[in-house]
Each structure stands twice: as C-alpha cells, then as structure tokens.
Design a protein around this ligand. Sequence first.
Ligand SMILES: [Fe+2]
Ligand SMILES: [Fe+2]
Length: 302
Amino acid sequence: MRIAHLSDLHLLSLDGARAVDFAGKRLLGGINLALNRGRHYSARVFEAMVDDVNAQGVDHVACTGDLTNLALESEFRFAREHFDRFRIGPAAVTCIPGNHDGYVPAVRGVFETTFAPYCAPDEGWGWNGAGHWPVVRMRGDVAIIAVSTSRPTHLLAAYGAVGAEQLARLDQVLGDPRLDGYFRLVLVHHPPVGRGARSMLRGFRDRAAFVELVARHGAELVLHGHEHLDVTHEITRPTGGSILVRGIQAGTYDGGLAERQSRYRIYTVARGAAGRPTVVGEELRIYRSGTHTFAQDSARAA
Ligand SMILES: [Fe+2]
Ligand SMILES: [Fe+2]
C-alpha cells in the first residue's frame, strides 16, 4: 500500500469574501497573508501536486491540515474543488483540519461539513454525536487514526490542542482490539514532539497527554504538518522501542527558500519478515518551478 503524505496547502481564495469577514483575527491574518503568504504559496503548485499524485498511482492520500488561510467560506469551497481532483476519490483521501481551518469560533464545524467525505469515519467508528474526532478509517493493512488539534486561538497565536474529550476517545480507539495487527497511522496537524511542539504561541498545548497515550498503546507512524518543514522526531515507548514522527513542507510553497520548497512523501507499507505491516520504502517528490512538475528527490534517488 502506497500512502502519500502532504500538508499545509493554505489555498487562498477571496472570491465572495465580504469586508465584514475581516474583523479581529482575520484582519491581522489578512494583512499577513497579503504581505507574505499570498506571494509564496500558490494554488498552481498544488494543482501540479494533484496531477503528480494521480500519475504516481498511490492508494491513499493523507493531508495533515491547514487547507485554508482564514477559514473563509470561499477558501473552503476553493480547497474542496482542488481536493476533488484526486482521482482516487474521498474514501481514499483523508483530511484533518489545522489551526488555520478553525481560525475563528464562527467556523466551528465548517471543515467537517465541507470535507465530510474526506473525514467520514468507517462504519462502527462513530461517536454518536459526542464529537467527530478521532476518525478511524481502515484501508488494507492500515488503520488511519485522524486527530484534530484545530481550535480558535487568540490574536497572533497558532497553537492547538486535542482536548480532554477527544483524548478519552483516542484512548478508546488505540486500545481497541479491532486495530490488532494493523499498521496504525496517526494523523495530527501540530507536531507532538520537538521544539515546535513546546512553543507557547504555535505549539501543541496538551501534547504530554497525547504522547503518553500514543506511547502506551503504540502506533507505527505519526504524521503531522504545521512546521512547513521536513522534520523527524521519535516518541519513546515505556516498553522499549520508539515511534517515528514526521512532518512535511507546505504543499504550495514556491517562494525561493530551497528547504521550504513544496514536496510530498510516499510511504510504502507492506508485511515485513515478521509478518507485521511496516514501512518498507519511501520516496520524496519535490516541486520544480522551471518545469511546473514534481520529481523524485535527486539527492536520495542517487
Ligand atoms: Fe500551516
Ligand atoms: Fe498550522
């Protein structure tokens, strides 16, 4: 099974946005966007990425949040249109929200509605109205456990948190015998470990409780976004061993900084010698501005 990890698209569309939408936090966000993001992040790059993913023939796409910038209705519509271009369809594409997709209290639930087919839980994994997350989707040998850290924050902040209720449900999911023998892939927007996780303004507020749960129950891979960088960390298990935790660059960045250039990674999961599904290969595909295409990372391919 080949799984593509991409993140942080920050797809910008101000189509139909009204002046009243730009009050408070959105005003500051809007100024930041005009000065910076709008220049360096391009929806065209994501169009090329979708074309490349379609051509690569992956089995699943995992997107770890920040699909929009200001969580405007126009942006959600625009982002949804872009995701609908994945040929494998929403049952094979899993999206979680980032801090930007829950920017202000008024948009609570809009992500879950707009991207409903992309974050619909499998039958038997719903929470009967007690919340939407975590979402569980079983695909082949892989159990995708999608978590939301998205919540409105105060001005200039970008932190996230899972919250006590979702943590309790996550405890239940990770301890569920239905996951036995599966490759447990956890998706979360904010990095749960590393320097970024500890940031007061941008970090993962209840990361300690999240990490404790994941370490205790175990998982095969944790993927995150938010950092806009290809970072690798580990969660150490109390019983020994560790769990790989990885980020990826923003999927639309083409702003001149090579280490931030848009890319995505394809993980190949298969049953290893011990009979358990494990990562047996990976490939990084990076955006080339000159040709407007994605190509395998030549440094690694060599
Ligand atoms: Fe982001
Ligand atoms: Fe973020």
